[in-house]
Design a protein around this ligand. Structure first.
Ligand code: NDP
Length: 283
């Protein structure tokens, strides 16, 4: 029976490190700060970003959460981003996704200065990651690597299979695994015979957004299984992996909830600290 990867076992340690670094920057006269812009009126998006902001404040960050009516239009949002880019008091900028459909997502995300791009969506930061010189790394991908490392999972020389090729999870985590010398296969919706690839995986990372799509027959005996999926099924949150069916075959497996998602917010604030160091270094 596979051991469950308990992300909460590491949160205290990571939080302590974050608080220590926040205190150090404060002692040098800089309060690390994050500006969050949420457009539109989706209550679930707002709840998510409010919870995230509370966590940041708890860790000692200055967090400004702006809820903006989508009717203001893209030009106004771009102007606001420019002001935040130019402000020495703002370290990181985050745009709540998804954006209302009349907004050009790329135009908005790419307007954020690469030095304040804590979600790591800017092509400069994505490019740095692809060439093996990561600057900002998307928080979820960082959280996955942190879980593997904290559980002492050997990555070098393994067959790692990533199901999903999104810019926010699949591609960055594949890149980080490659940099750690795994042999990486990336699968997607057009992959023919998905199980043929997943069954060869020593490390299987699943980010599909398909509830319980990965069942036991997709998994090799002894595999390490990382489930990124967060799916609301009738009010219950489930992952992309059929946890009960897969656990007996896996050596290690993340639960949903309680796995990758637990560390994601902390990794985001780790990126804010990086932005703060870049920002203070410029003065
Ligand atoms: P996207 O929808 O952007 O990407 C899904 C990926 O899965 C795509 O590459 C798609 O392929 C692939 N896919 C879909 N169906 C299949 C299939 N049947 N077989 C193989 N591949 C398939 O999703 P995200 O990566 O943004 O998110 C995925 C999940 O992770 C969601 O449940 C989301 O809520 C969750 N999530 C969790 C986070 C956390 O911190 N824990 C953070 C971010 C997301 P194609 O490219 O061909 O369409």
């Amino acid at each position: 029976m596979g051991m469950i990867i308990e992300a909460s076992l590491f949160t205290r340690k990571i939080e302590t490190e974050l608080v220590k670094e926040v205190e150090r920057l404060k002692s040098e006269g800089h309060n690390p700060s994050l500006s969050v812009i949420v457009l539109g009126n989706s209550p679930s998006t707002m709840v998510y970003f409010k919870n995230m902001s509370h966590k940041g404040v708890e860790l000692g960050f200055y967090v400004e959460l702006r809820k903006i009516d989508e009717s203001v239009g893209e030009a106004t949002v771009l102007e606001l981003i420019k002001r935040l880019n130019d402000s020495a008091d703002v370290d990181g900028i985050l745009i709540g996704l998804p954006l209302p459909k009349e907004y050009d997502v790329e135009a908005v995300l790419h307007a954020i200065s690469p030095d304040k791009d804590v979600d790591a969506f800017h092509p400069f930061n994505m490019g740095q990651l692809m060439i093996g010189k990561p600057r900002f790394v998307p928080a979820t991908a960082k959280a996955i690597i942190a879980l593997l490392e904290n559980y002492g999972v050997r990555i070098q020389g393994t067959n790692a299979v990533v199901v999903g090729r999104s810019n926010i999870v699949g591609k960055p985590v594949a890149s980080l695994l490659l940099q750690r010398d795994a042999t990486v296969t990336v699968c997607h919706s057009k992959t023919v015979d998905l199980a043929r690839y997943t069954r060869a995986a020593d490390i299987l990372v699943v980010s599909m957004g398909r509830p319980k799509a990965i069942t036991a027959e997709y998994v090799k005996e002894g595999a390490v299984v990382i489930d990124v999926g967060i799916n609301d099924v009738g009010g219950k949150i489930v992952g992309d992996v059929d946890f009960d069916g897969v656990r007996p075959k896996a050596s290690l497996i993340t639960p949903v909830p309680g796995g990758v998602g637990v560390l994601t917010t902390l990794m985001l604030f780790d990126n804010v600290l990086k932005a703060a160091r870049l920002n203070t270094g410029k003065r």
